[in-house]
Design a protein around this ligand. Structure first.
Ligand code: SF4
Length: 425
């Protein structure tokens, strides 16, 4: 089992030494070659259609494009030392090691937003993750703090699958079908729940319409909160997290119809929607969608006794076939807590799996898909961009700032605060 970093693995792909990979060798180049073009970049699923208004990144100055890795790391370290407490660098678990080594905090999107909150003295928060994460950090951080996304083209294909216009239209149709009157238990017809992996506009929509945000760690607690207040849930954008969580709570799969944006009644009959308990938006993560039951069977055949853990953004049959499922933080803690040498087959983003393998040589840890690509948008954060935004800060200039309007931030905060107040039963 190799524990080469993802960058090294991609270099192997380029040299044709890693047979069978679906990754594009273009990933080994700096992302600036494709940042200005529409699309999620090499390695992304060809089914993912990027919205025409998705942010693009302007040209990165030549000196950063041409610098060696060693020069970039040196420049990042020097800029960081010069900025001191004025900057906090946050790194998501799915970032490449070449970025993570410079992060003050490593975590999932919500842990990182909280880390930003814990540093009111920092003038700038450099978020090495994707766009919706930087938006959440802007909502939760102080009004004077600037949140910076090193590459504006680092979006999230899943978050882009539910846009505010389509969700507003869905809501209008549901209100027409169900009305707005509560039942005899005081429960309204439907409560909107958005996954953290969504735009600030959708979090604001939930805040305005009695809804709430969830993460992959607290989805069950949040769904219980919603069912105490509503007869049904409209869950977006990730159908798999919604389905896996509700199924584990006993909701029959037949009562979880899929909503196709921009179709009348989302492509469903009125009867199906009346009977529904959870209406699932037709969104998915292209990284976790690649895991399948055949990979689990293969892992079990090759490593009898293997412990299979997958992320709940994986399809339902994969979650059913695994031994356990849970958020990135759950996976990390499960590996840390294993006291005996264990073989783990893990279904989540490759950067995180490779890092766990390197940190835990006492275990055998591998990704369920041996040739999986990294998340193509997380991969857009390259040390060249990190060096650029930090050196601009040293020079007194804020580039690539992510801001959420006060109006959206206020309502999004309501939905986030409901999530924080929701307690497990
Ligand atoms: S791993 Fe999936 S959900 Fe996470 S940023 Fe990438 S595309 Fe989005």
């Amino acid at each position: 089992m190799t524990t080469a970093s993802v960058n090294e693995r991609i270099q192997l792909i380029v040299k044709n030494a890693s047979a069978g990979s679906t990754c594009s060798p273009s990933l080994a180049e700096g992302p600036w070659g494709f940042d200005a073009k529409p699309g999620y970049g090499p390695g992304a699923s060809s089914e993912d259609q990027i919205p025409s208004d998705a942010p693009r990144q302007g040209a990165l100055p030549q000196e950063y494009r041409e610098a060696t890795d060693a020069e970039l790391h040196e420049r990042i370290r020097a800029a960081k030392a010069s900025l001191g407490d004025r900057v906090v660098i946050l790194g998501h678990f799915y970032q490449r090691d070449e970025i993570v080594q410079h992060a003050d905090y490593l975590g999932d999107s919500f842990q990182l937003a909280n880390a930003a909150k814990a540093h009111p003295e920092a003038e700038a928060i450099v978020f090495c993750g994707v766009h919706f994460m930087a938006e959440t950090a802007d909502i939760l951080s102080g009004p004077e703090q600037k949140v910076i996304l090193p590459n504006l083209a680092a979006g999230c294909s899943m978050a882009d699958m539910a846009d505010i216009d389509s969700v507003e239209e869905c809501w209008r149709q549901l209100e027409e079908l169900y009305g707005t009157e509560p039942d005899e238990h005081g429960r309204v017809p439907v409560i909107p729940v958005t996954y953290m992996n969504s735009s600030a506009a959708l979090k604001g929509f939930c805040g305005r319409n009695g809804g709430i945000v969830c993460t992959s760690s607290n989805a069950e607690t949040v769904l219980r909160w919603a069912f105490e207040r509503g007869q049904r849930v409209l869950f977006f954008p990730d159908q798999h997290l919604g389905r896996n969580t509700a199924k584990a709570m006993g909701v029959p799969v037949e009562q979880m119809p899929l909503w196709w944006g921009r179709k009348p009644l989302g492509g469903n009959s009125a009867e199906t929607l009346t009977d529904a308990k959870v209406i699932l938006w037709n969104g998915f993560c292209s990284v976790h969608k690649r895991f399948n039951v055949g990979q689990i069977e293969k892992a079990r055949a090759e490593f009898p006794g293997v412990r299979v853990i997958v992320h709940p953004e994986s399809p339902m049959d994969v979650v059913d076939a695994a031994d356990e499922y849970g958020s990135t933080d759950y996976i990390r803690k499960a590996v840390q807590a294993a006291t005996e040498p264990t073989v783990f087959a893990i279904g989540t983003e490759i950067n995180m799996v490779q890092r766990l393998a390197a940190q835990h040589p006492e275990h055998t840890i591998f990704c369920l898909d041996p040739v999986v690509c990294p998340c193509s948008t997380m991969y857009r954060i390259h040390p060249g961009y990190l060096a650029w935004v930090l050196e601009r800060l040293v020079a007194g200039e804020v580039v690539n700032q992510i801001t959420v309007s006060d109006e959206v931030a206020e309502t999004a905060k309501v939905a986030l605060e409901r999530m924080l107040a929701a307690k497990p039963l």
